[in-house]
Unconditional design. Structure first.
Lengths: 116, 111
């Protein structure tokens, strides 16, 4: 079966441009998560969806970051007016059930974003 | 606040020798602890988890982890390392909908 799919795998943008990163979770997975992984660091939580509802966005670093999952499947993370500090790998993960369970999250391969 | 610490940036071990990757945690309440592995340019792959019960947890690819409540540790172990085990390993604690990851330990297994 297909795993979590992220696109594009690599994205280069100039400072000030807007970018959109896509995540296609495992079919039927209720929960979807976005993480930011800086070079040499562990992933850091950005936001969490249960179906189409964004239940936690406490990790989004600024109001330039916006995520949506309008139909409860595919999600898009949008970054407006990108800055160099936004350069990182953005990881998407999904899990079968709701966030309070002890189920592991299944990760995509990430999008490596480089801001010039 | 929930957190995990991985005190070693890098662990070097010879193929065939046992390996240990260390993790300590700080949580309020009962911990849900996980180990993930990351290969270059790839996402994280689940290895094993501790929820409750037996302190020795067995996972994928021959890995196991020992939960020690008194020492607040959850060290990853394998009896005999393979060169293909070389990768970045992350310990994580789950708090409802969030994972809190350690900074990672790079495991180098030399032939």
């Amino acid at each position: 079966g297909a795993g979590v799919s992220q696109s594009p795998r690599y994205k280069v943008a100039k400072r000030g441009q807007d970018v959109a990163l896509r995540c296609d979770p495992i079919s039927g997975h209720v929960s979807l998560f976005w993480y930011q992984q800086a070079l040499g660091q562990g992933p850091e939580f950005l936001t969490y969806f249960q179906n189409e509802a964004q239940l936690d966005k406490s990790g989004l670093p600024s109001d330039r970051f916006f995520a949506e999952r309008p139909e409860g499947s595919v999600s898009t993370l949008k970054i407006q007016r990108t800055q160099q500090e936004d350069s990182a790998v953005y990881l998407c993960a999904s899990s079968l059930v709701g966030g309070g369970s002890n189920q592991p999250q299944h990760f995509g391969d990430g999008t490596r974003l480089s801001i010039l | 606040a929930q957190s995990v610490a991985q005190p070693e940036d890098q662990v070097n071990v010879a193929e065939g020798n046992p390996l240990t990757v260390k993790c300590t945690y700080s949580v309020s309440g009962n911990p849900y602890l996980f180990w993930y592995v990351q290969y270059p340019n790839r996402g994280l792959q689940f290895l094993l988890k501790y929820i409750t019960g037996d302190n020795l947890v067995k996972g994928s690819y021959g890995f196991e982890a020992e939960f020690n409540k008194s020492q607040t540790s959850f060290h990853l172990k394998k009896p005999s390392a393979l060169v293909s085990d070389s990768a970045l390993y992350f310990c994580a604690v789950k708090d409802f909908n969030k994972f809190y990851f350690g900074s990672g330990t790079k495991l180098n297994v030399k032939p």
